[in-house]
Design a binder for this molecule. Structure first.
Ligand code: NCD
Length: 353
């Protein structure tokens, strides 16, 4: 059975197939209207969401399937102290596929260990968000026509922005990708992502410097809910604001993406610009999730491919947001290309133990 926990769980070829399937769905809606008749998607959302949950729900409904689940963990047995492992074992009896969003990093990995049905990570803490990445890739493909040789500016909260982490992991596999990083010092990429960046990346301190070089500008919100100290959030929240005046510095073909919700980082005067693709991006999210659900339900006989070699470790992860800190799961690690031992759930460095 195949899960989608991290974007690299899918090969570049498999991503291409998903994008092509999404485009076929867009062009032939009727053909797919009943392909998931009788199937059930469980949406287990332990953290707030509008777009992602509704988009999964709409996707399953448009495939002919049904949806059950919760959007507020306080109304489920989680509030009685149930573990992710137990919840998932139970839900495996009621549904055919699960989309899970959790505030703990690595929670979907735990779910995948105990589930009898495919797990889709719909966002885990500040870690990963692979279905947003599929949405982003489909948007770039539809807007610009290709995924190679692109200069992609990533702006805002690169530290806690899980959409950015997953987008980097996916885009770095395409020929000629170049990343331009635009963030306050305090909100730079975590080291496990920085270590895998292609060597041609650049860091700049203003949007004005970045804009003329970009094909794609990926704006993100400063992730208030991940800050330990709210004063830091207040200080950093308006570090980068895109407006119509700054857009005059951008190439004609550049597109602006944003996973949404936006807070303040894109002025509404940009919305009318044809290069503002963020509302078109939302719709792509539904189509690519249709492609994903349909595909994973067909791959139930396939064995999951493990991109990292995991081994048992005695080192406990020191990341407070990691699922291993709160749930009794086996401690697993892998060694990255720099020789650093990392937590298999949240990618945090274990060496500091
Ligand atoms: C993103 C998320 O949840 O990480 N939203 C989404 O899924 N569309 C981005 C965000 O919340 O800032």
């Amino acid at each position: 059975m195949r899960h989608l926990i991290d974007p690299t769980d899918l090969s570049v070829e498999e991503i291409q197939q998903l994008l092509e399937l999404a485009i076929d769905i867009i062009n032939n809606r009727q053909k797919y209207a009943h392909v998931c008749d009788g199937k059930k998607l469980a949406t287990l959302f332990y953290e707030p969401s509008t777009r992602t949950r509704l988009s999964f729900t709409a996707a399953m409904m448009e495939l002919g399937g049904n949806v059950l689940g919760f959007s507020d963990a306080r109304t489920s047995s989680v509030s009685k102290g149930e573990t992710v492992a137990d919840t998932v074992r139970v839900v495996s009896s009621f549904a055919d596929i699960i989309a899970m969003r959790h505030f703990k990093e690595g929670a979907p990995n735990v779910a995948a260990q105990f589930s009898r049905i495919p797990i889709i990570n719909a966002g885990d803490g500040g870690h990963a968000h692979p279905t947003q990445t599929l949405t982003d890739l489909l948007s770039i493909m539809r807007e610009l026509g290709h995924l190679d040789n692109l200069t992609v500016g990533l702006c805002g909260d690169l530290k806690y922005g899980r959409t950015v982490h997953s987008l980097i992991k996916a885009m770095k596999r395409y020929e000629g990708t170049r990343f331009v990083l635009i963030s306050p010092d305090e909100l730079r990429l975590p080291d496990y992502i920085k270590n895998i960046l292609p060597s041609n990346f650049v860091e700049v301190s203003t949007l004005e410097e970045a804009l003329p070089m970009l094909d794609v500008l990926y704006m993100t919100r400063v992730q208030q809910e991940r800050f330990a100290n709210q004063d830091d959030y207040e200080r950093l929240k308006d570090s980068f604001i895109l407006d119509a005046k700054k857009m005059t510095l951008a190439p004609e073909h550049m597109i602006v993406l944003h996973p949404l919700p936006r807070v303040n980082e894109i002025n509404i005067d940009v919305d009318q610009d044809p290069r503002a693709a963020y509302f078109r991006q939302v719709e792509n999210g539904k189509f690519v999730r249709m492609a994903l659900i349909y595909t994973l339900l067909q791959k139930t006989q396939e064995t999951a491919k493990q991109s990292k070699t995991l081994s048992a470790t005695t080192h406990r992860c020191t990341n407070d947001r990691c699922i291993t800190r709160t749930e009794p799961v086996s401690l697993l690690a892998y060694t990255d290309q720099e020789g650093i031992e990392r937590c298999a759930y949240c990618d945090h460095c274990l060496k500091m133990n």
